[in-house]
Every structure is written in structure tokens, then in C-alpha cells.
Ligand binder design. Structure first.
Ligand code: ADP
Ligand code: MG
Length: 257
């Protein structure tokens, strides 16, 4: 059965200021949706609210997946349901290797996996095997797993860590948020190739982007424009092309007529 992530009339405030003002969106497994929109339109707010970040206060609305309103679940339970938002690491964690971090993340999200001894968690040998498979799939050099988390990571390497985490957690829905300053070309390629390698009938993607550029590498099935906390326009890939020509301001003016 194909799952869908259904966002209904989502209203979210940050520091008592209403940012999302009734957001509606439906994403099915197997689909790639691009969310575009100018800075400050609420794209990242949507991502954090879906993940359950405590700073983002849900004022109204529902987010349904498999018959459950995710907004009633704690962040870790949402992840267990199959929702992925890459954790944001503000700092490096010295002494924690990528491999160790990823195993901890997999065990936390897929905690029902027993190692056969009655203990929870994937045995190291089995985890190594899966990690190697995923790194092959994503064409990531094996030495990457031995690096310490975020220590001296370039933009591209941070994205590589994010995509590798995604590949291991195998979520039903993944939300990827491009930084507002955009990604450098290395990071852009990592993200695009990762999405293209990991898209499939069991996975839906929400790719958030300020710039049209990433859509030269990822072909979304649907494009949505967010403005002032709402989706103001939805369409196919041609909408992104149109936006590149007209810009957000023109689109919003057209809408206001
Ligand atoms: N953590 C935060 N603290 C304070 N204000 C925030 C925070 N996150 C978002 N905002 C505010 O919410 C609005 C939407 O921001 P954001 O969701 O980051 O937009 P986008 O990702 O589309 O650029 C902005 O006006 C921003 O100032
Ligand atoms: Mg943002």
C-alpha cells in the first residue's frame, strides 16, 4: 500500500509570530516534490515543524501518515514512523566517527531490530555490511565512515553525511532543506545524486530549495511555491522553469490580481 504524507491547514508560530498560515500539501511515496519560495516564506519552518522541533509551535492543522496524526507524536516517534529530516549539527563532535554515529541513529530509529541475543540493535558486523552497501550505492569513499562527525567537513561532506544517514534509515518520507545561501556545486551534486539513487516506490521526497538550480539535477514530479506561510501555486516541473523567468515577485503579483 502506498503511504501518503498529508499536511492539512498547518499553522505554526515561532517566538509567538505566526509563520505558517494554513499550509496544505500531499506527498505520496514514489514522488519528488520541490518546495520553492523566497527567503522567509516559511520553508524551513515547515521542515522543522514536521520533524517536531520544540521551538516551532503548532497552532493548528494536521499531518497524517498511515492513519496517524504525526503532530501528536514525539520527534523520535515520527522518525520511527518513517519521516526523515537530517539532524542539524551545529558543531563537530570530536571522537565520534561517522560509522558510530550512523549506527546509533539506525538503532534509535529502527529499535525493534533485534540482534538475536535478545538485545536491541544491529550487530556491528551486519551494520558494517549494510553501511558498505549504502556507501557503494552512493559512491562514497569508504574512508568517509572513519571520519569524525562534522570535523572539518566541507559543505559537500556535510551533505554526504546527511544522504548516507538517509540511505541507512530508509524513511518513507524524506525532507531535505537546502541552505538559504544555496549549496556549492559539490554539495549540490551530492544531494542530487543521492536523491536520484534513493528515490523509489517506497520513498517520497520533499526537496526544499530557494534556487531553481538544484532542479537541473533532480527532476521533481511536482513543484510548489510557498509564500508568506502558504502554498500559493502548485504545478509540474514547468513551474520551476517559469519561476526562473518571472521570479517570485511577478508570480505573487499575478496571484493577487
Ligand atoms: N528559529 C527561529 N527564530 C526566530 N524566527 C524564526 C526562526 N525560524 C524562522 N523564523 C522566522 O520565520 C520566518 C520564516 O523563516 P523560514 O522558515 O526560515 O523561511 P525560509 O526557509 O523559507 O527562508 C522568517 O521571518 C524568520 O525570521
Ligand atoms: Mg530556509
Amino acid at each position: 500500500m502506498t503511504s501518503s504524507l498529508l499536511i492539512k491547514d498547518l499553522q505554526v508560530s515561532v517566538d509567538n509570530k505566526l509563520i505558517l498560515k494554513g499550509l496544505n500539501l500531499e506527498v505520496k511515496q514514489g514522488e519528488i516534490h520541490a518546495i520553492m519560495g523566497p527567503n522567509g516564506s516559511g520553508k524551513s519552518t515547515m521542515a522543522y515543524a514536521l520533524a517536531g522541533h520544540p521551538k516551532y509551535e503548532v497552532e493548528g492543522g494536521e499531518v497524517w501518515m498511515d492513519g496517524i496524526n504525526l503532530l501528536e507524536l514525539a520527534p523520535d516517534e515520527r522518525a520511527k514512523m518513517g519521516l526523515f529530516l537530517a539532524f542539524q549539527y551545529p558543531t563537530a563532535i570530536p571522537g565520534i566517527s561517522m560509522a558510530n554515529f550512523l549506527r546509533t541513529a539506525v538503532n534509535a530509529v529502527k529499535s525493534d531490530s533485534s540482534n538475536g541475543n535478545g538485545k536491541k540493535g544491529i550487530p556491528i558486523v551486519q551494520f558494517r555490511k549494510i553501511l558498505n552497501e549504502k556507501m557503494d550505492l552512493l559512491k562514497i569513499d569508504k574512508s568517509f565512515a572513519r571520519r569524525y562527525l562534522n570535523e572539518g567537513f566541507s559543505g559537500g561532506e556535510k551533505k554526504r553525511a546527511e544522504i548516507l544517514q538517509l540511505a541507512l534509515l530508509e524513511p518513507k518520507f524524506a525532507i531535505l532543506d537546502e541552505t538559504d545561501s544555496g549549496l556549492d556545486i559539490d554539495a549540490l551534486k551530492v544531494v542530487s545524486e543521492g536523491v536520484n539513487a534513493l528515490v523509489g516506490p517506497d520513498r517520497g521526497f520533499i526537496v526544499i530549495t530557494h534556487y531553481q538550480r538544484i532542479l537541473n539535477y533532480i527532476k521533481p514530479h511536482f513543484v510548489h511555491v510557498m509564500y508568506d506561510g502558504q502554498v500559493v501555486e502548485s504545478g509540474g516541473p514547468e513551474l520551476a522553469t517559469r519561476l526562473e523567468v518571472t521570479g517570485y515577485d511577478e508570480l505573487v503579483k499575478e496571484k493577487a490580481k
